[in-house]
Design a protein around this ligand. Structure first.
Ligand code: ADP
Ligand code: LRH
Length: 480
């Protein structure tokens, strides 16, 4: 038949899922085969990912997916596993929120100044960029034994197929790639003492990445051969590929554990002004650049929910909707919120420190978080347009945050622009569409987006009122 099925493995920081996309010439349907929590584990040596548990979830998902024409994997960025000479995993991958990178940036900048790093890689400073993680790990026993470094999606691909590669969109989050050549930044790596031969050869979205090993076929009950296709293996690359834009000038916000807010560009912006504004240039599909800012995102709410014993989210959001707007805001871009723990207290402390009312109830804290996120969205969308000299008419919101109608409406209000929200499972859809394209089913990026516009359920939010009170809230933060 002309309808093909693709399994998309999409691992977010809070949950993993295996989705099945059925793609025809004018149809696109996504169903969930399996969803499983992704729970970081704190052991004496620090915060780790349970990557074997995730792999087990992937196998369960493939079993539930049934016959598929190909499999693609995307996940959160920057983290990796190390393999020894026999190809065996050396320890649990370190979580990007682990404290081992505290104070490491200063060491790196002593060798290569921050300005030079930005000009060479286009990546915003984040303590967890792979470059800083590798510097923190420099003298560890594991890195000395390591023969190979595989980014998380590449590690799972290796376990599924036996083949090793480094997918480009995710490689760009290592801060070891030059966004102009879209290849390794050899000179920079050398200056920092990072051995690039640890990395497997680059592959690009759409490249073949092997076939499921016989043992995997047996365990999942699938009939071979089942090819694995490289996709935009950075979840944000896949999510932006699935922004349902139809020729309009747009900004996007990928909302989940993080909010990633910015523009899709043809070329990186590497100016000093852009560096100072902490905008990143990550690599996307087909020569595109994701020019965006990382905002703490719904992590702030997830951590509060955990502290409050997981109350019902729907009821809490209803209550938060009744709390007066913009009573207090925090800087949702502040890396001070990166580490887990004590989140309601840390938010309260930030409000107190900036002389604003301290939220007292879960509803008030939730409102403070959502107002703060909307404000950070506004700032990112505004700054990106100015720095890239490209203005927009609409903001697309994709990812888990599309289920939060209050956040979508507040973002429209704050930006003073219409928001189109959906699809929720954008990363999985981008993953599916790149596989379909590799097999000749859909055309270019614009063609993929047209198909999304025609097939996906989208919600439009019009901005309410002026943006003055958002400007005033921003000014309050700047003074605080
Ligand atoms: P990630 O991929 O980073 O793990 P997701 O894209 O899955 O994140 O988004 C998870 C977030 O979506 C949660 O933190 C939560 O705030 C939000 N979310 C999920 N379900 C709902 C819901 N029913 N109502 C409102 N928000 C929701
Ligand atoms: C979102 C994401 C984001 C990265 C972060 C580490 O899941 O991939 O783009 O900055 O995780």
């Amino acid at each position: 038949s002309t309808v093909k099925s693709y399994a998309a493995v999409d691992l977010g920081a809070s949950s993993g899922r295996v989705m099945v996309g059925r793609v025809g010439p004018d149809s696109l349907e996504l169903t969930e085969a399996h969803r499983f929590p992704n729970r970081p584990v704190r052991v004496p040596e620090g915060l780790r990912w349970d990557v074997l548990g995730l792999y087990a979830g992937v196998l369960d998902g493939l079993k539930g997916a049934g016959a598929v024409d190909s499999v693609g994997i995307d996940s959160w960025a920057v983290d990796y596993g190390l393999l020894d000479a026999d190809g065996a995993l050396l320890g649990n991958p370190v979580h990007y929120r682990d404290s081992r990178t505290d104070g490491i940036a200063e060491k790196v900048w002593a060798a290569v100044p921050a300005e030079e790093l930005y000009a060479a890689t286009g990546l915003q400073y984040a303590p967890f960029n792979t470059l800083y993680q590798l510097t923190a790990a420099r003298d560890s026993g594991q890195i000395m034994q390591a023969e190979r470094l595989l980014m998380i999606p590449d590690l799972l691909t290796y376990w599924l197929t036996g083949e090793q590669g480094t997918e480009l969109t995710n490689a760009s989050t290592t801060q070891l790639i030059d966004p102009r050549t879209r290849d390794w930044a050899h000179g920079l790596a050398e200056r920092l003492g990072i051995d690039l031969s640890l990395f497997a050869p680059l592959r690009r979205p759409g490249d073949a990445a092997g076939v499921l090993r016989p043992e995997v076929l047996e365990e999942t009950g699938l009939a071979g051969p089942v090819p694995v296709t490289a996709v935009g293996s950075h979840d944000t690359a896949s999510a932006v590929a699935a922004v349902p834009a139809n020729g309009e000038r747009f900004a996007y916000i990928c909302t989940g554990t993080w909010s990633l807010a910015g523009l899709e560009l043809d070329a990186p912006v590497l100016t000093e002004e852009s560096r100072a504004a902490n905008f990143t240039n990550e690599l996307g599909l087909d020569g595109t650049v994701r020019y965006l800012r990382n905002i703490m995102g719904l992590w702030l709410l997830q951590e509060c929910l955990r502290a409050w014993g997981q109350p019902d989210l729907g009821a809490l959001l209803l209550d938060a909707g009744r709390v007066p707007a913009l009573r207090s805001v925090v800087d949702a871009g502040d890396a001070a919120f990166l580490a887990p723990g004590r989140m309601p207290e840390r938010i309260a402390e930030a409000c107190r420190a900036s002389g604003q009312p301290v939220p007292a109830t879960p509803a008030e804290t939730t409102r403070c978080i959502l107002d703060s996120l909307a404000l950070a969205h506004r700032r990112a969308v505004t700054d990106a347009q100015r720095l890239a000299e490209q203005s927009v008419d609409v903001v697309h919101i994709v990812g888990g945050g599309t289920r939060n109608a209050l956040l979508c409406q507040l973002t429209a209000d704050a930006c003073g622009l219409p928001v189109v929200s959906g699809p929720t499972e954008a990363a999985a859809l981008g993953n599916v569409l790149v596989q379909a394209r590799a097999h000749g089913l859909v055309g270019d990026l614009a063609g993929m987006r047209r198909l999304l516009t025609r097939t996906q359920l989208l919600t439009r939010y019009e901005p309410r009122g002026g943006t003055q009170r958002w400007q005033a809230a921003q000014a309050r933060l700047a003074r605080g």
